[in-house]
Write a protein that binds this ligand. Structure first.
Ligand code: HEM
Length: 407
């Protein structure tokens, strides 16, 4: 702290791998930092109050062309053919945002998801049985394919009415979006993977139109047919957003949460002996090491002054949620992982009108997944030295390649 640390490009490997160190420096030295994310110039906020205020300030919008008074909606022009994937509620402002969100909001309320807890207990029991069958006590297995990944995949496939067999087709299409958009990957993404994903989504919609079910996708198709509620592109982007947001995130919250417990055995013991602490433990997992470290890009519709820094109209602004979540101005002992922390108003699910739609579902999935895992394996431990854990290079996420655990 205080020393002159040069902040690298926010899209760099260095920034990703040392994010918490960089966050601390930014928070203490340049809380409104003018920097670069790959080729994009922007302002990066790292103090809690600035991030929360910005996310509720309607001088900032998601649609870039509103702020710049024309031009492209995105910082890098996208082919029109991909609009169906990139324009969704998360990149829309009101009133368009409200209209899209209201169409799916109901499906994600605690009441609609009432039966989910018992289904989750059955699902995790099955996965844990399989882990026990396939590995002897004391052996090391990767938690991702065995446990953290299949849980949200199954949940989202149930909710959306997509069969388990079809999920990998989405996964391939989606992975490219998060695996860095550099060099030839952009070409492959734009011209092969994303069009394939769109085609596949259209196929799925066509099948559901013929044979609707009780799932969210069938409900959305009904909404489309009932009037001008959703265009086909909007329907595709909604399906894509729900599947993507609902599954990539939860895998890594379960993983990061389990890792935090393994690194803090006293907290793990506390949870093991009192599973009712599950709810506050999940909030702390989101605060301490949440999978998402920034919101989507926001743009200033007028000149705004923040912490004495002028943010000119049209500028890109990103709140570093992971930095805000460890701001000592807001949290006592923010570097301490404390599963009983209350209150815990972290920004791990974002804030303002784009606050995570699936927050309740994600909380439930993670609570059940972690409690069930701890109950089944009393000797659970990290299966490798901490230093061997590799972060995936995905900007503004915190996600590991794998999580080897000893059961
Ligand atoms: C651990 C799990 C999750 C985390 C950490 C997470 C995090 C977030 C964050 C930070 C945002 C705000 C992004 C922004 O402002 O740009 C967001 C929005 C969103 N999340 Fe989640 N999410 C999780 C799980 C889910 C699940 C299970 C769903 C359900 C399908 C979901 C659906 C969405 C949607 C649709 C939005 C956009 C909401 C809007 O624009 O109004 N998320 N999420």
């Amino acid at each position: 702290m205080g020393r002159a640390l040069k902040i690298p490009n926010l899209g760099s490997k260095d920034f990703n791998e040392n994010k918490y160190e960089h966050f601390e420096w930014l928070r203490e030295n340049e809380p409104v930092y003018k920097g670069k994310f790959f080729v994009l110039n922007g302002f990066f906020l790292s103090r809690y109050q600035d991030c929360a205020d910005m996310l509720r300030d309607d001088r900032f919008v998601r649609n870039r062309s509103t702020a710049t008074g024309g031009g492209s909606r995105f910082p890098i022009p996208m082919p029109k053919s991909l609009n169906a994937l990139v324009i969704s509620m998360i990149t829309e402002d009101n009133p368009g945002h409200r209209r899209l969100r209201l169409l799916v909001n109901k499906a994600f309320t605690p009441r609609s998801l009432q039966s989910m807890e018992s289904q989750l207990i059955r699902l995790t029991d099955d996965l844990l049985d399989r882990m026990e069958e396939n590995a002897r006590p004391g052996s090391v297995i990767d938690l991702v394919p065995a446990y953290s990944l299949p849980i949200p995949v199954k949940v989202i496939s149930m909710l959306m009415g997509v069969s388990d067999d079809d999920m990998p087709r989405f996964r391939n299409g989606l992975r490219v979006l998060t695996e860095g958009m550099s060099g030839w990957k952009i070409i492959r993404t734009m011209f092969r993977d994303l069009p394939n994903t769109i085609a596949f989504t259209k196929e799925l919609i066509a099948i559901k139109k013929l044979a609707p079910g009780e799932d969210i996708l069938s409900g959305l198709i009904q909404a489309e047919q009932d009037g001008e509620k959703l265009s086909e592109d909007e329907l595709i982007s909604m399906v894509f957003l729900l599947i993507f947001a609902g599954y990539e995130t939860t895998v890594h919250l379960i993983n990061n949460g389990v890792l935090s417990l393994l690194q803090h055995p006293a907290e793990m013991d506390k949870l093991r002996s009192n599973p009712d602490l599950g709810a506050t433990a999940v909030e702390e997992m989101l605060r301490f090491r949440g999978p998402i470290q920034s919101s989507k890009q926001n743009y200033a519709t007028e000149d705004v002054k923040l912490q004495g820094i002028r943010i000119p109209k049209g500028s890109m602004v990103m709140p570093l949620l992971g930095a805000a979540n460890r701001d000592p101005r807001f949290f006592d002992n923010p570097e301490q992982f404390d599963i009983t922390r209350t209150p815990n108003k972290h920004l791990g699910f974002g804030y303002g009108i784009h606050l995570c739609l699936g927050a309740w579902l994600a909380r439930l999935e993670t609570k059940v997944a972690v409690n069930q895992l701890l109950a089944r394996f009393p000797n659970l431990a990290l299966g490798v030295d901490e230093k061997e854990l590799k972060l995936q290079r995905v900007s503004f996420w915190h996600r590991y390649e794998s999580l080897p655990v000893r059961i």
